[in-house]
Every structure is written in C-alpha cells, then in structure tokens.
Design a protein around this ligand. Structure first.
Ligand code: V47
Length: 364
C-alpha cells in the first residue's frame, strides 16, 4: 500500500489522513488532479471506514415532485418549465395525497418532495401539502423543499425564514434535502442560474434550519463549467458551515446530465470524474457523517463501486424520479429493496436500512 501512496505522491496527505489532520485546499487540488484513482480511493476509503465501519446505508423512500413550474429556469435544469409550457404541471394537494395513498402498502419511511419556484401558488398550499401527506401517512418523515424553496416560501409568507421554518415544522416538515446548492461560486451562478438564490442565501437558510434543530443535506452539481478551485471552494464553505452548526447529515455530489437543458453542448461526466467527486468530498468534508452515491445520477453499478471510494450511502428506492430523467438519465426509475441489498452485499458492505436521520431500522 505504501508503494501505491508514494507513487501517487500522496505521502503527506496519507499522514494527515492517518493522524486526523484536516486537508487544505492545496491537498484537495492534488487529489482532484491525480491520475491515480486507486490511491485516491484508498485514502477516501480509510475515512469512510473510520466513520461508518462496514455499514452501507439505504432508505425506503418515495420521491414526489409537486410541480415543475419554475421562474428560475436554470440553464442546467431540464425539469423546471415556464408556466405556459406544454410540459408544465402542478399537482393539487389531493393529487399529492393520492400519490402517497397509492403506496400505503409499502414500508416507506421518507417522502422526498421538491418542486420549482412557482410564480403563484400561495404559502398555504405548501403547509397543506405537508399536512395532507401526514394525514395519509402520519408516521412518514417528510424531507422537503430545498433551501431555495424555503427562502421563496418565507417571502410568500412575508415572514422571517426562522418563523417560516417553525410553521413548516409544525405542519409536518422533518428535514431539508440538499438541492439548490449547485456551485456556490457567484461566477457559476451568474452564468447558469442568475435568478436563483445566491450561495450565501442558501447557506443562511441552512444555518437557520440547523439552529432550529432541522437537519439538512448538501449537494454540489459538478461536470459543467465549474473549475476544480470552484468545487473546492464549495466544499470548504460547506465544511466551515458544518463546523459552526453540525446540522448536515449527508453530502451528495450530483453529476450533471446535459440532455434537454440549455447546456446540452456538454457531455456527460465519466466514471472517473464521478468517483473522484465522491472520494475528494469524503476526504475534504471530514465533519460530514455521510457521503451519498446517488445511484439515479451515476447508475447503480458505479454507485456500488463508489462504496469503496468513500461513499457509505446509496440513497434509496426513490421511484418516479423526474429531475434527472428529464435531463436524459438512463437509469431505472426505482430500485427494489432486494436489489439495493444485493448491490451493497456484493460490494462487501453490510446493508443497513435507515431512516432519514440515520437511525438503524434493519440490518441484512
Ligand atoms: O437542486 C438539476 C440538480 C437537484 C440537473 O438531499 C441536476 O438527499 C444533474 O438535490 N443534472 C435536485 N442534476 C436533486 C437533489 C437531491 C437528490 C437526491 C437526494 C438528495 C438529498 C437531493 O438536482 C437540483 C439540482 O442541483 N439538477 N438539473 C441536471 N440536469
């Protein structure tokens, strides 16, 4: 192993990893720029093992996208549509309740629900959505509304983010997913999503949520026009935020899917790029308990390999994923419980079914 680390020029980083020292941005650059994916994976795997032993987590979840109507119309997004588009849709509360009702026979314990920034749905609609889901499935954990949506809801309500979060919690919100972070760099946001809440705004909402006891996730959309330094800056901001609040559960690198977007001239990310983003995130985000290999974006086969490159979580059953499939993802719409367990076992890990907050429900 020493030879592998030495040949990759990673001796210093290895010493830091072994002694629990934080990696700096120069280390991160070196990791991103390596051609030695196995040495990088070896280092990331050390941290994964320290933090999560041999466990690889998954969740039995359901995705619901209540509407794709969006005023931001980010260039990388194939999901968001103008209100007048033929492809625009919105579900009323009863339709969302029906989606939940249809799967009452399954042991779903999380509903992941996001939508666009809708120009005219009222604030009460969002509260009713949460209450409606809880009416049908009282025990389910609702992980809903990105920080971008939460900011929009606070504006709609004419209240502070903190008061808005209190009301959403009261209506059934359990935690906040990691979407909308994209890349925090103002350069990237100006080119790709100029109307979207700024990176600072996203972090402010996150910190407010954490202070109120709501856990959140974080993402980074990679594989378009961002530089390595912009990725590292993004990770550094997340790491500093986590030092302050401790409220992040998981980091999920999201591989850009260009089809049907306004950035369709880009090609899809490669397997090496996907594994690098997982491994570098695992090494840089030393204060994040979990790194997810989101199989919807990178495919179940690579997600399985990612369990040896720093990831300890495969997300879940999902079903009816829309955002990535609109952008050309060729992965399945859902993975069965048995398939997830098999993928994890064959990767040499212990499958652990978890709830949203990583409480262990079943081991296999
Ligand atoms: O915010 C949009 C991204 C996100 C594209 O928190 C795209 O556990 C790739 O955040 N290609 C939504 N990505 C999905 C998301 C998520 C998914 C699974 C689990 C969790 C979690 C969060 O998808 C958006 C945006 O960053 N996105 N368009 C695209 N063309």
């Amino acid at each position: 192993m020493n030879a592998l680390i030495q040949q990759a020029g990673f001796t210093d980083i290895y010493e830091k990893v072994r002694s629990g020292q934080r990696l700096d941005l120069d280390d991160g650059r070196k990791l991103y720029e390596t051609k030695d994916i196995l040495a990088l994976g070896y280092l990331a795997n050390l941290i994964r093992e320290q933090k999560n032993g041999n466990n690889a987590y998954f969740i039995y979840n359901q995705h619901i996208n209540y509407s794709n109507i969006c005023t931001n119309l980010c260039k990388f997004c194939a999901f968001g549509k103008d209100k007048e588009s033929d492809l625009a849709y919105e579900m009323d509360v009863n339709e969302v309740k029906q989606k939940v009702r249809e799967r009452l026979d399954e042991p779903i314990n999380e509903i992941h629900m996001v939508g666009g920034i809708h120009p005219d749905l009222p604030y009460t609609y969002y509260l009713d959505l949460l209450r409606g889901i809880k009416d049908v499935r009282p025990d389910v954990h609702i992980q809903a509304f990105t920080c971008v949506e939460i900011f929009h809801l606070a504006e709609l309500a004419g209240k502070s983010v903190s008061d808005t979060l209190d009301e959403l919690k009261e209506a059934g919100l359990g935690s906040i997913p990691g979407g909308g972070a994209e890349v925090f760099s103002p350069r990237i946001r100006e080119i790709t999503c100029e109307k979207k809440l700024s990176g600072e705004g996203w972090i402010e909402v996150t910190k407010t949520a954490h202070r109120q006891g709501l856990n959140t996730n974080a993402t980074m959309l990679y594989g378009h026009i961002e530089t390595v330094d912009e990725r590292l800056e993004h990770l550094d901001i997340l790491r500093r935020t986590q030092d302050e609040t401790g409220g992040f559960l998981a980091f999920i690198p999201l591989a850009f899917h260009p089809k049907n977007t306004q950035m369709s001239e880009h090609t899809r990310t490669t397997g090496i790029e996907d594994l690098k983003n997982i491994a570098v995130a695992r090494l840089m985000l030393d204060n994040f308990p979990h790194i997810k290999a989101y199989w919807v974006m990178i495919g179940p086969k690579l997600a399985q390999i990612a369990l040896s490159f720093g990831a300890d979580d495969m997300d879940g059953t999902v079903k009816e994923e829309v955002i990535t499939h609109m952008a050309g993802a060729e992965t399945e719409q859902a993975l069965g419980h048995k398939t997830l367990i098999r993928l994890i076992k064959e990767a040499g890990r212990n499958p652990v079914e978890r709830d949203t907050l990583y409480n262990i429900l079943h081991t296999f």
